[in-house]
Design a binder for this molecule. Structure first.
Ligand code: 5AD
Ligand code: FES
Length: 346
C-alpha cells in the first residue's frame, strides 16, 4: 500500500516513472483505486468536471489497407461498402451543429476515391459554413503535401493512432506493405504543419506485451500529442484475428489513468470501444481520467457498415438520441458536457 502510494505520487509529480515501475503498475490491479482517484483529481484540477464532445462522421468504409484487426480491411468481402457525398457530410454537420457540436471529426478508411481535391473541397465547404468549428480529419496515412493541403483548406486537427510503437508488434498487426516508420513520420509531419494531433493505440491487441505498452507510453512522450485515444481491442468475425480474445476493460482503464497522470493536459476520449466492451465502459473511462466523448453523427443508414469490430454500440440510434444518451451518461458519471470547442493548448 505504502509502495503504491509512492509510485503514484511520483508519477503525479514527475509525470514519469521508470520502465520497471510502469511495468509493476500495468501488471497489477492492486493500485487501481488509488490510481483512478489520483487521475480524477488531476483531471479536475485542470479541466474541472468538463467533458468535451466531438461529432464523428464516418464518411467511407472503403479501405485500401488490410490491417489484421480491422473489420473494414480490404480483404473483407463480407461487408457492403459505402461512401458519403459532400452533401451528406454537410447535412451531418448541420444536424451536429444544431445538437451543440463544435467539432466535426471526418473519419474513414483509406479510400483513394476521395482525392486530395475532393477532401479539400469538403473541408472548405465545412469551413465556409461553420467558421467557428474545429474540423478534425482521420483519414490515415498521406504525404506531407496532402496534409498541408487539407490544413490550408481549413482542417485544424488530425487523428492517427500509431496502434503500437513496438516495431515487431506492428509487423504482427499489419501486412508487409505498412510500416511503423511511415506511421510515425506522418504524426511528426502533422505536428510540423501545425495540426493539433491525436495518437493512440489498442489495448490487448493480439501479441501485445507489457513492454509494448511501455513503448507506447515512451513514444507518446516523444510525440507529445494533444489527444490520446485508446480502447480495448475487440475481435471482428471477418478478420484474421477473429479467434483472439478481446482486450481487457481493467487494463484500458488503468492506462487511461496513467495517461492522465503522464499527460495532465491531454484530451483523452472515453471511446466507443470502451462503451462496447462494457455497458458503462465510457462512464468508467471518464472516472479514470478521460475527458472527451465522441458520439456518432453518421447517418443511421450506414452506421452498421462502419464495423471496425463486432457488436459496436450506437449503430441503431439517431444522432439526437446519442446526444441525449451521452448527456445523461456523462451526468451519471459526475461530469457535464460542454459545447465550446475546447481548444486547449499546453
Ligand atoms: N478493435 C478495437 N479497435 C479497433 N480499431 C480498428 N479495429 C479495431 C478493433 N478490432 C481502432 C484502431 C483505429 C481506430 C479508428 O479504431 O485503433 O485507429
Ligand atoms: Fe449512442 Fe448512447 S451514445 S445510444
Amino acid at each position: 500500500m505504502h509502495y503504491w502510494n509512492e509510485i503514484i505520487r511520483s508519477l503525479t509529480d514527475k509525470r514519469d516513472l521508470s520502465d520497471e515501475q510502469l511495468k509493476l503498475l500495468l501488471d497489477s490491479d492492486a493500485a487501481d483505486g488509488l490510481l483512478f482517484a489520483q487521475a480524477d483529481a488531476v483531471r479536475k484540477r485542470i479541466y474541472g468536471t468538463d467533458v468535451y464532445i466531438r461529432g464523428l462522421i464516418e464518411y467511407t468504409n472503403y479501405c485500401k489497407n488490410n490491417c489484421c484487426y480491422c473489420g473494414i480491411r480490404r480483404d473483407n468481402c463480407n461487408i457492403k461498402r459505402y461512401r458519403l457525398t459532400k452533401e451528406e457530410i454537410l447535412s451531418c454537420c448541420k444536424e451536429g451543429c444544431a445538437l451543440g457540436y463544435r467539432t466535426f471529426v471526418l473519419q474513414g478508411g483509406e479510400d483513394p476515391f476521395y482525392t486530395d481535391d475532393k477532401i479539400c473541397e469538403i473541408v472548405s465547404a465545412v469551413r465556409g459554413l461553420y467558421p467557428d468549428c474545429a474540423i478534425t480529419l482521420s483519414l490515415g496515412e498521406k504525404t506531407k503535401e496532402s496534409y498541408q493541403a487539407y490544413f490550408d483548406a481549413g482542417a485544424n486537427r488530425y487523428l492517427l493512432r500509431h496502434e503500437t510503437a513496438d516495431a515487431a508488434h506492428y509487423r504482427k498487426l499489419h501486412p508487409e506493405e505498412m510500416s511503423l516508420e511511415i506511421r510515425k513520420r506522418c504524426l511528426f509531419d502533422l505536428k510540423e504543419i501545425g495540426y493539433q494531433v491525436g495518437a493512440g493505440f489498442m489495448v490487448g491487441s493480439p501479441h501485445q506485451t507489457t513492454d509494448c505498452l511501455i513503448s507506447d507510453l515512451r513514444f507518446l512522450q516523444e510525440l507529445s500529442p494533444d489527444m490520446i485515444g485508446i480502447g480495448p481491442f475487440l475481435r471482428h468475425k471477418d478478420t484474421p484475428f477473429r479467434d483472439h480474445p478481446d482486450g481487457s476493460l481493467a487494463l484500458t482503464l488503468r492506462l487511461i489513468a496513467i495517461l492522465r497522470l503522464m499527460f495532465p493536459h491531454a484530451l483523452i476520449p472515453a471511446t466507443t470501444a470502451l462503451g462496447t466492451i462494457h455497458p458503462e465502459g465510457r462512464e468508467m473511462g471518464l472516472r479514470a481520467g478521460a475527458n472527451v466523448v465522441m458520439p456518432n453523427l453518421s447517418p443511421v443508414s450506414v452506421r452498421k457498415l462502419y464495423s471496425l469490430y463486432d457488436n459496436k454500440i450506437c449503430t441503431g440510434e439517431e444522432s439526437a438520441q446519442c446526444r441525449v444518451c451521452l448527456e445523461q451518461r456523462v451526468k451519471n458519471a459526475g461530469y457535464q458536457i460542454v459545447t465550446d470547442i475546447g481548444n486547449v493548448r499546453r
